[in-house]
Design a protein. Structure first.
Length: 345
């Protein structure tokens, strides 16, 4: 296994900044938030975080460390892809083998949420040939801030009766992941199931860190890893938060909390379009109230509010009443159309 050199940390900075090209000496493209560890590793937690590279040869492997069994997705040469389960401890994982001895591109994406723990990649990928310069980054970048809906909780589940499992959850099939794929855009998915902007699910009064706090972190549960907003400059910011704030049907602290996070986001990314998304899981008065709050903020701040629709019972549900693949695709279709219209994509 080849060892990491300082080049990977140049790659972290370049990719996070949304650079369109990487120098010939850089061999890994890191999509999302990564924390350098010692001199030869990077750690990451947010769902959807990905590593992309090119090599010439017929097989390749990476060294991954995880604290518990963790689900990843592997794509080779833009094919359909397959899941990969990393087991606790340090292990080498073959991502591709028995390929034609030619140039190939590999992408490894974390599907597990941040509460599954910190994943670490050590060393550059190994290959029976040679590593090449990293793939070029796309010109388009998105940032999405959300909860379980955005993280893809239960999206692959077959009914509302299943509970959370990594087996049925993936940000790649959530509305934001589908949108990024359709628009050929990089995306930073800052999402945590059960979280709110004022309070989290099950809380009478706020106790846990909110998404407004966690969105400022490189590693989602480590407050000693601050994230610099200068490291990634999105073309648009999507905010889909509120389902858990309204878990009791009302959320008196929600309007002020949303006003605060909006102010902070606009300070971090001045001039960048911001889109509020109405929760597809809320109904009745809670849904009307959330939409009313969001529209009031939008009117005052020139922010768009998108209602991509409620879950339709006839379309079925993912686990624990979450949007399934059909609902997420419908949400993505509406979001893609709006972004294409507004941004000229």
């Amino acid at each position: 296994m080849k060892k990491l050199t300082s080049v990977i940390f140049l790659s972290v900075a370049a990719c996070s900044a949304g650079a369109n090209e990487l120098t010939e000496s850089e061999q890994l493209r890191l999509i999302g938030r990564f924390q350098p560890v010692q001199t030869e590793a990077v750690s990451f937690t947010w769902p959807g975080s990905a590593v992309e590279y090119r090599f010439r040869g017929s097989e390749t492997a990476v060294t991954i460390t995880v604290p518990e069994r963790m689900r990843f997705w592997v794509e080779v040469d833009d094919n359909k892809g397959r899941e990969l389960w990393a087991e606790p401890s340090v292990q080498d994982y073959t991502l591709a083998q028995s390929l034609p001895n030619a140039e190939h591109k590999v992408r490894l994406t974390r599907l597990a949420e941040s509460f599954s723990g910190v994943a670490k990649i050590t060393g550059l990928p190994s290959t029976d040939g040679e590593l090449l310069g990293a793939p070029a980054a796309p010109e388009r970048q998105l940032l999405v801030i959300g909860d379980s809906i955005t993280a893809g909780y239960g999206v692959e589940g077959d009914s509302k009766d299943c509970s959370y499992s990594q087996d049925t959850s993936t940000p790649l099939k959530a509305y934001a992941g589908l949108t990024a794929s359709a628009l050929n855009a990089d995306i930073h998915t800052i999402a945590w199931s059960g979280i709110g902007v004022w309070r989290s699910y099950g809380e009478e009064t706020p106790k846990s860190p909110t998404i407004a706090e966690r969105r400022k972190l490189t590693l989602a549960d480590d407050f000693d890893t601050p994230w610099s907003s200068d490291s990634y400059r999105p073309d648009a910011v999507l905010i889909n938060i509120g389902t858990n704030d309204f878990w009791q049907g009302s959320a008196p602290g929600y309007p002020q909390a949303m006003a605060t996070i909006l102010s902070e986001v606009r300070s971090d990314y001045p001039g960048t379009p911001v889109y509020f998304i109405v929760s597809p899981m809320l109904g009745g008065e809670a849904r009307e109230q959330q939409a009313e709050y969001l529209n009031e903020l939008a009117t005052a701040n020139d922010v768009a509010v998108l209602d991509t629709g409620r879950i339709k019972p006839e379309d079925g549900y993912g686990c624990d009443w979450h949007p399934n693949e059909l609902t997420n695709q419908r949400m993505a279709d509406k979001l893609v159309a709006r972004l294409r219209e507004d941004l000229g994509w």
